[in-house]
Design a protein around this ligand. Structure first.
Ligand code: ADE
Ligand code: ZN
Length: 346
């Protein structure tokens, strides 16, 4: 592993902001800024139950995952047209580029939209066009991961998969999100098996609020390649060994965990414990506008709270490229650029 030069602690925030990194856990609907929610509501003639941006922001006081999801699904109701999906993704990609994110894999929740009569084509075309443009004019690669909502049935997930198949060349992988407790991964065993046959990459949220058992079944029943969140794994020593041995990446989202009260404060977050145990941890923003920070906010605040150093920064950035779904030669190129950045950073 690349040995990072010693760095004065006051230079660390700049290093974190400027280092190239990949984001592997971002729900694109969770990047809708309150200002854009209001602008789209007006553009589309949709009523929202908040009188101002400030009132909406004040509602972002969550006590757990479900209290967030209720507001998150309401916010997404302003998205109607292909251009709305484009504008949302474009705004996120501009922020990501400013944070020196070189590659990003965007989750989207089609069922939130198809349930309102919006076509799969509208959703995917808008998001995909933003990804294509970002490569062309921001130099950032972006791909799409379609998530099934786990509070809905497996049958509905199958219908969603069917609707998405005409656009399969625009989707790199399949994920599982929404309310975790009571909706274990094995509820989606058959549809994930089908997605696997179809050649999609597979990920699932597990061990965010739910027990370590859900991480085990995400791995052994769904056969996912990465675990989204996974922070509850530290309660199960055998699971920690499995994750370390198999280099299963965890896409950890520290500010999300803080805002959803998974940990009482950032200093109590177990990211450092997971890293020290040899797990392939990555840092991500989850739903940046709702949780108060994009990638660099997550890095700088977590490093300050947990007293992490430049070697940790290198490890986290490297993990993010290694755990991504880009091809081997692109991975090698990103890691060479990362090494070059750390060598030349003064
Ligand atoms: N959908 C959007 N954000 C989520 C999260 N943090 N957990 C589960 N589902 C989500
Ligand atoms: Zn998430």
């Amino acid at each position: 592993m690349f040995k990072v030069k010693p760095l004065a602690p006051e230079r660390l925030p700049e290093l974190l902001r400027r280092m190239p990194k990949a984001e592997l856990h971002i729900h694109i609907e969770g990047s809708l800024e309150p200002e854009m929610i209001f602008a789209l509501a007006q553009r589309n003639g949709i009523a929202i139950p908040y009188s101002s941006v400030e009132e909406l922001r004040r509602a972002y006081a969550f006590t757990n995952l479900q209290s967030f999801l209720d507001i998150y699904y309401a916010g997404a109701s302003v998205l109607l047209k292909e251009q709305d999906f484009y504008d949302m993704a474009r705004a996120y990609l501009l922020k990501a580029a400013a944070d020196n994110v070189a590659h990003t894999e965007l989750f989207f929740d089609p069922q939130t939209h198809t349930a309102r009569g919006i076509s799969m084509e509208t959703v995917i075309h808008g998001l995909h066009r933003a990804c294509v443009d970002a490569q062309a004019d921001l130099g950032i690669s972006a791909s799409l991961i379609m998530c099934f909502l786990r509070h809905l049935s497996e049958e509905e997930a199958f219908e969603t998969l069917e609707q998405a198949l005409p656009f399969r060349d625009k989707i790199i992988g399949i994920g599982l999100d929404s309310g975790e407790v009571g909706n274990p991964p094995e509820k989606f065993a058959r549809v994930f098996a089908r997605c696997r046959e179809l050649g999609f990459h597979l990920v699932a949220h597990a061990g965010e609020e739910g027990p370590p058992a859900y991480v085990w079944t995400a791995l052994d029943v769904l056969k996912v390649e990465r675990i989204d969140h996974g922070v509850q794994a530290s309660k199960d020593a055998a699971l920690m060994r499995r994750l370390a041995q198999d280099r299963i990446a965890l896409t950890v989202c520290p500010l999300s965990n803080l805002k959803l009260c998974v940990f009482p404060d950032l200093a109590s977050h177990n990211l450092r414990q997971l890293l020290d145990a040899g797990l392939a941890v990555t840092v991500n923003s989850d739903d940046p506008t709702y949780f108060g920070g994009y990638m660099n906010d997550n890095f700088t605040q977590t490093f300050a709270a947990l007293d992490l150093n430049a070697q940790h920064a290198y490890q986290l950035a490297r993990n993010s490229f290694e755990a991504s779904f880009i091809d081997t030669s692109a991975k090698r190129r990103h890691i060479e650029q990362l090494d070059g950045f750390f060598e030349s950073f003064q």
